[in-house]
Design a protein around this ligand. Structure first.
Ligand SMILES: [Zn+2]
Length: 251
């Protein structure tokens, strides 16, 4: 074996060794009831929770939160009803209202959900339930984790799996932040709406509020108040069609 081949062999050997250690320790395949599929996770629930917490701390530091008890308790009342019936009810969810007039809502990995006051003020109780159920749907389907896994290189995955590299964590957080702020894929958005129909119905809210919500936001958008919740790829008319279709299936 010449020097170069020996070098390549060592690299290959170390890679296989690391991968098998990693697969043995960190990789699990589980059935996800939200997507109704067997899915492989390299990122453990603990890592997901740690990432979510870290990003949530940043969001809380950089934004003013609403502390008014009437607002917060109105949100929590609806939110807990949805969290109780979702496909990942084992998580402890955290809900916050951000003092911002933009109409927006988003979820961080691990169950940290943020709703802007601008949105909160414009929606009915059932529409709020749909917004929260959509965001909880992203968490239940582990959309950010799957996007992160797809975007990460092997080295980053290995470092995260062994939990020994602050720089890797920072890199991973950057990827997750990008996903959350720019929106998920078309498919992910449809699934989150489908799950929102399921969860709102299960919790006793009216899933048709999803349709009135979309129409309301479309109107707001047309008046020059673009809404990130609608900014994501699928057209709202297509999302409405999907929501109506899924409502017919549960009845
Ligand atoms: Zn979404």
């Amino acid at each position: 074996m010449d020097h170069k081949n020996k070098f390549m062999f060592m690299i290959g050997f170390r890679f296989v060794l690391a991968l098998s250690l990693f697969l043995g320790s960190g990789c699990v395949t589980v059935y996800n009831p939200a997507t109704q599929r067997n899915e492989m996770y390299f990122i453990s629930e603990d890592s997901e929770l740690a990432m979510g917490k870290k990003l949530a701390d940043e969001v809380i530091k950089e934004n003013k939160l609403i502390e008014d008890n009437t607002v917060v308790s109105a949100l929590l009342q609806v939110a807990h009803e949805i969290a109780r019936v979702c496909d990942r009810s084992n998580l402890t969810y955290h809900f916050y209202v951000i003092d911002n007039e933009e109409m927006n809502a988003f979820a961080l990995p691990g169950g940290y959900i943020f709703v802007h006051k601008g949105l909160f003020d414009k929606v009915s109780r059932d529409e709020l339930a749909f917004v929260l159920a959509h965001e909880i749907g992203h968490v239940s389907a582990r959309h950010s984790v799957k996007r992160l896994q797809a975007a990460m290189g092997v080295n980053l995955l290995l470092n995260l799996a062994f939990g020994n590299n602050a720089q890797s964590m920072q890199q991973a957080l950057g990827i997750v932040y990008n996903v959350v702020s720019k929106g998920y894929s078309r498919q992910d958005e449809y699934l989150a709406d489908t799950l929102a129909v399921k969860y709102t119905h299960r919790a006793g809210f009216d899933p048709y509020a999803g349709v009135s919500l979309m129409e309301k936001l479309q109107k707001e958008g047309a008046q020059g108040h673009p809404f990130v919740f609608l900014n994501s790829h699928p057209k709202s008319s297509d999302r409405i069609a999907n929501i109506q279709d899924k409502i017919l299936q549960i009845r």
